[in-house]
Ligand binder design. Structure first.
Ligand code: PBG
Length: 325
């Protein structure tokens, strides 16, 4: 490594053109995924803790998806809020469930747009856990697998290109892969929430989806934020079970995990810039405490620099607009 004064890093920072010439990472709108909340209610219902984000009717979700597609956003990720919640989360795997309806409507309108569906029970259970409960109130891993598999099949049959299990049950990727293949849906890909941490940054999402656990927490199935090696074991399990894309969630507090997962697997990696990460930036931006657009671009570049191929973010539309100039 040469040293000063023969090497002067500032030489290549002198003008915008020079800086842009040596830029190492970029963000393509086509690599962005926009999460959307679908509801049975008519119209658009703003989520209080996520200014700019609304729960959308099927009709509104089709409009939103088509404007995101026009901006070049690569995919949408659908979360459903069912009319009724129950012990077994039946709305998740009903063939006419809210997400299944939304997939059909989007695919009818914009067949080229990639549609990803969340596979989980927490939005659909009255107790708010990601699986069904035993009499003792524990999340029953193996009994839940069957319902997750049914959920994935119903979404694949509706036309989803990719299903995204976010429940963190053990063995879910294999269960979903086997079920899809048996249902003649071997072309449906799996984006697994391979390393999903038990995070306080999901707070606003739980407001949006009404999915906060009624009792207890998710520490029994989501990962401990203190762990890193464990994430790698989770990720390899999902690879062995048939995952096509590996997801790390949240994003900014876990850039080291994104980096390791990309380096160690070489698989496509998606990072989920979650609701709390969105709300923090929005809140500070609204108060004028920081420049929201600049902070957003910096955050998105950091996630890409760490190794993520795809970024799931509530800012997808806004980012695509910023990048489109
Ligand atoms: C649960 C799920 C959660 C999110 C996506 N899927 C929340 C949770 O685990 O409680 C959070 C996403 C976000 O915060 O944006 N299946």
């Amino acid at each position: 490594m040469p040293s000063f004064p023969s090497y002067r890093p500032r030489r290549l920072r002198r003008t915008e053109a020079l800086r842009s010439l040596i830029k190492e990472t970029s963000i393509e709108p086509g690599h962005l995924i926009a999460p959307l909340f679908v509801t049975h209610e008519e119209g658009r219902h703003p989520v209080a803790s996520m200014p700019g984000v609304s729960r959308l009717s099927v009709e509104a979700v089709v409009e939103e998806a088509s404007s995101l597609h026009a901006l070049g956003v690569g995919a949408v990720l659908l979360f459903g809020i069912p009319q009724q919640k129950d012990r077994r989360g039946q709305g998740a795997y009903a063939s006419d469930g809210i997400v299944q309806q939304a997939v059909r409507a989007i695919k009818e309108n914009k067949p080229q747009l990639v549609v990803i569906t969340d596979v989980c029970l927490c939005e659909y259970t009255d107790h708010g856990h990601c699986g069904i409960l035993t009499d003792a109130g524990e999340v029953d891993n193996d009994a839940t697998l069957e319902l997750l598999a049914q959920t994935a099949i119903s979404q694949g049959e509706a036309g989803a290109d990719i299903v995204a299990p976010s429940d963190m049950m053990d063995g879910r990727v294999a269960a979903v892969r086997e079920a899809l293949d048996a249902a003649d849906l071997s072309g449906v890909a799996i984006m697994s929430h391979a390393a999903k941490y038990a995070s306080a940054f999901y707070g606003p999402f739980r407001d949006a989806a009404g999915s906060a656990p009624e009792a207890g927490d998710r520490l029994g199935y989501q990962m401990d934020p203190a762990n890193s090696d464990e994430a790698i074991r989770e990720v390899w399990l999902d690879v062995e079970e048939g995952a096509d894309i590996l997801l790390v969630k949240p994003a900014l507090p876990y850039l080291d995990i994104i980096y390791r997962v990309k380096l160690e697997t070489g698989y496509p990696v998606a990072a989920y810039h979650v609701s709390g990460e969105y709300s923090m930036l929005r809140a500070a931006g609204e108060r004028g405490w920081l420049d929201e657009e600049k902070a957003l671009l910096e955050a998105a570049h950091s996630i890409r620099r760490a190794g993520a191929d795809l970024i799931i973010t509530y800012y997808a539309g806004q980012l695509a607009r910023l990048l489109g100039g």
